[in-house]
Design a protein around this ligand. Structure first.
Ligand SMILES: NC(=O)c1ccc[n+]([C@@H]2O[C@H](COP(=O)([O-])OP(=O)(O)OC[C@H]3O[C@@H](n4cnc5c(N)ncnc54)[C@H](O)[C@@H]3O)[C@@H](O)[C@H]2O)c1
Length: 268
């Protein structure tokens, strides 16, 4: 037996595997797509943003080069088309439910139509994608479902009713899929970041700085990161690494849980 100092974990190898990532044109989805493709997967990159997907494919071409293995295939789809979403997931070995949207508004002013859309994209579509992916995963006795949740899957914040409701629902869906999938070699987990450095959050920094009349550096520590013990944003690549870990052989016993990357936010 090798000593602990010489033992190394096997690297993530997804050659021959198909992955599907939703919201692939966005900050976190893009990082997840590139990470899984770098591990050798053929990644179905789903988003409604055709331009963003085209840029991602370009970037993947440069990043992956001719090293062999992984590939990124754009798949333009609006996830509110739930039947199409379920069809898109057929035949995938790894499913990353990541697409999301946010509206910050008090409940009494929150438009019901937006609440409905948020729940459709962030909870009902993941259910339909899982439903579409499971027959193939069960047939081969292996599958990985990773749901990109949030600290807001575990904690609420005022004015984010739809987002918090959808993420709490996603946590429940993920645990149920874990229980049903275990006898078939399928794991299901959530990844729960705090604030991630994405264009969306960068824009929020500028807006909040203007609104509070303080420099952007102070917005981070005094507004967004008040509850975070580590006073920085988490990078999309760090989230993608957590997703990759959950797909690796050494995580086969990890299921029905939530991997929190929140700089200590929920330790309070
Ligand atoms: N950015 C953060 O700080 C943060 C923190 C915790 C969790 N998250 C979660 O991470 C996930 C990704 O967020 P992000 O920050 O990368 O956001 P983003 O806005 O950069 O990306 C979201 C992507 O989802 C796509 N999308 C939205 N609605 C869609 C629909 N109807 N059909 C198809 N695609 C659709 C968008 O086009 C976009 O490309 C979300 O679920 C979000 O809730 C983000």
């Amino acid at each position: 037996m090798s000593s602990p100092s010489t033992r190394t974990a096997p690297a993530l190898d997804l050659h021959g595997r198909t992955a599907l990532v939703t919201g692939a044109a966005g900050g976190i989805g893009r990082a997840c797509t590139l990470r899984l493709a770098a591990a050798g997967a053929r990644v179905r990159a789903v988003d409604r943003d055709a331009t963003g997907l085209a840029e991602l494919v370009d970037c993947a071409g440069r990043a992956l080069g001719t090293a062999g293995g992984g590939a990124v295939e754009p798949y333009v789809l609006d996830l509110t088309d739930l039947d199409a979403a379920e069809r898109a997931a057929a035949g995938t070995d790894v499913l990353v439910n990541n697409a999301g949207l946010q509206l910050v508004r008090p409940i009494e002013e929150f438009p019901p139509a937006v609440f409905h859309t948020v729940l459709t994209v962030m909870l009902e579509a993941p259910f339909r994608l899982i439903r579409g992916a499971l027959p193939h995963m069960y047939a081969q006795g292996w599958g990985r479902i990773v749901n990109v949740s949030s600290v807001h899957g575990l904690r609420a914040s005022a004015y984010k009713s739809a987002y918090v409701a959808a993420k709490h629902g996603l946590e429940g869906l993920s645990k149920t899929a874990a229980l049903e999938g275990a006898p078939h070699g399928v794991t299901s987990n959530c990844v729960n970041p705090g604030y991630v450095r994405t264009p969306l959050v960068e824009k929020q920094l500028a807006d909040q700085a203007r609104a509070h009349g303080i420099p952007e550096e102070r917005v981070l520590s005094e507004v967004l990161l008040t509850d975070s013990a580590v006073k920085r944003l988490v990078e999309p690549e760090e989230v993608a690494e957590a997703v990759a870990y959950l797909c690796a052989p050494q995580a086969s016993f990890v299921t029905g849980t939530s991997l929190v990357l929140d700089g200590g936010w929920t330790a309070h």
